[in-house]
Design a protein around this ligand. Structure first.
Ligand code: ASP
Length: 420
């Protein structure tokens, strides 16, 4: 696949994306001030929508073929069991660390104490699906794989792909070879399409950011909210994410993965910036799969198992956010939480992060579950809605980066030679 790597002409892609973000901010503010049309941003949004839809278009075939091939390539189920075990331990471990960091910071800074509640927005937009833990487990087995694919439910698709890959090795060799060839061919074509879509990222990101900034730049209430205790809340979220993404995860890459964390971040920067600007770990997934293999030398069998799974269940940033937001809301309502209730919040935040989809605002929807678990008022969600976008961007970035760190650590533990 070496010939697929984009030729380095001019500026590297991550710089182009950064410029797209910067220009998007400027365009959002300037256009908001000079255009006489209300809702002008809709006319720019389409370019971002095409980019996002393009990424979503390739996720299902990419995940299905790459997991089935990866699992079939593992040969025996002992290897698969070992890798799956390590992956789950890594994901749960790092998500818990993130949640505890959030809990600690929000208790130290106490941004919600004395917060004014008159910024409450309508909560109607947030529909919490109260799915129990047992239901979440049962739903992993798809009753209809085509329905799961049509709905884009990644966990059931991953489950079916793993089973398919396992049983691909159990049929006559002529059939398993045919299937492997077919899946490899589809995978290669999808990767080519991925490369094509990724080249459009700077334009897509520009349109998305212009739209987001443009919508908010004229909203004095949102700006006012940012200045007060919500501003401190945002700082606590960003601070916690910075500790997780700038200290904890790099340390794990260094200590457990034996790699240079900063070189790893630089190699994964396209995916990280895509997650940041699109607020969707699902959108960054195809890019992460490609860069983990091509730039970091991680094998297909690990990248295609660890990353798709991570994009749906490993959400360090979301867990941290859930903890900070739930306790912020309790503080704002003057509710004193006991230690047991705070520990409950950590565990529900973990489950909420596992259950959240890799799409924008999913964490906000799951916040309702965390709040109801400890009996906090659901209306509290209205308080943090105003700053949802600027919390979603960095937490998605950490969600996605955490997956790529997992891939490095697990590849190293399996004795792979990495090229970071
Ligand atoms: N937007 C996040 C993601 O895609 C999920 C969330 O809202 O926390 O990873």
């Amino acid at each position: 696949m070496a010939e697929d790597t984009p030729k380095k002409k001019g500026l590297a892609l991550h710089w182009q994306i950064l410029i797209g973000i910067g220009l998007g901010i400027v365009a959002g503010i300037v256009l908001c001030k000079i255009t006489p049309y209300e809702n002008w941003y809709k006319y720019i949004k389409w370019a971002g929508d095409i980019f996002l839809r393009g990424l979503r278009m390739i996720v299902i075939p990419l995940v299905f073929t790459s997991i089935a091939l990866g699992v079939a390539g593992m040969g025996n189920s002992a290897a698969l069991g070992r890798i799956a075990g390590k992956t789950i331990i890594y994901y749960i471990g790092t998500t818990l660390i993130a949640a505890v960091i959030g809990l600690t910071l929000v208790n130290l800074v106490r941004p919600g104490v004395g917060a004014s509640l008159n910024l409450t927005e309508e909560v109607r937009t947030v529909n919490a699906q109260n799915v129990s833990f047992i239901d979440q487990i049962v739903n992993i087995v798809p009753a209809n794989i085509f329905e799961a694919m049509a709905k884009g439910d990644l966990l059931p698709i991953i489950f079916f792909a793993v089973i398919f890959g396992l049983f691909m090795n159990k049929v006559e060799i002529k059939y398993s070879e045919t299937l492997k060839n077919l899946f490899t061919a589809i995978y290669e074509v999808i990767m080519k399409i991925t490369m094509f879509i990724i080249r459009l990222a700077p334009f897509g990101v520009f349109a998305i950011v212009t739209n987001v900034v443009g919508k908010q730049a004229d909203d004095p209430q949102a700006l006012l909210a940012m200045a007060g205790s919500l501003g401190v809340f945002v700082l606590v979220v960003w601070g916690g994410l910075l500790i997780q993404g700038g200290v904890v995860l790099p340390l794990l890459v260094r200590v457990l993965g034996k790699q240079n964390p900063w070189r790893h971040i630089s190699k994964m920067s396209t995916g990280i910036l895509t997650a940041f600007s699109t607020c969707s770990s699902g959108a960054a997934l195809p890019i992460n799969i490609r860069d983990s293999q091509e730039k970091c030398g991680i094998s297909n069998k690990i990248a295609s198992f660890v990353l798709p799974l991570g994009s749906t269940i490993n959400m360090n940033g979301t867990a941290l956010y859930e903890c900070v937001a739930a306790i912020f809301i309790a503080q704002a309502y003057g509710i004193d939480l006991t230690l047991v209730q705070q520990i409950m919040i950590v565990f529900t935040a973990l489950l909420a992060a596992i259950g959240a989809a890799g799409i924008p605002m999913a964490g906000m929807v799951m916040l309702a579950i965390v709040l109801s678990a400890v009996g906090l008022p659901l209306e509290g969600i209205g308080m943090v809605l105003a700053v949802e976008q600027i919390c979603d961007m960095p937490r998605t970035c950490i969600n996605s980066y955490g997956d790529t760190c997992g891939a490095v650590i697990i590849a190293h533990s399996e004795g792979e030679e990495l090229t970071i």
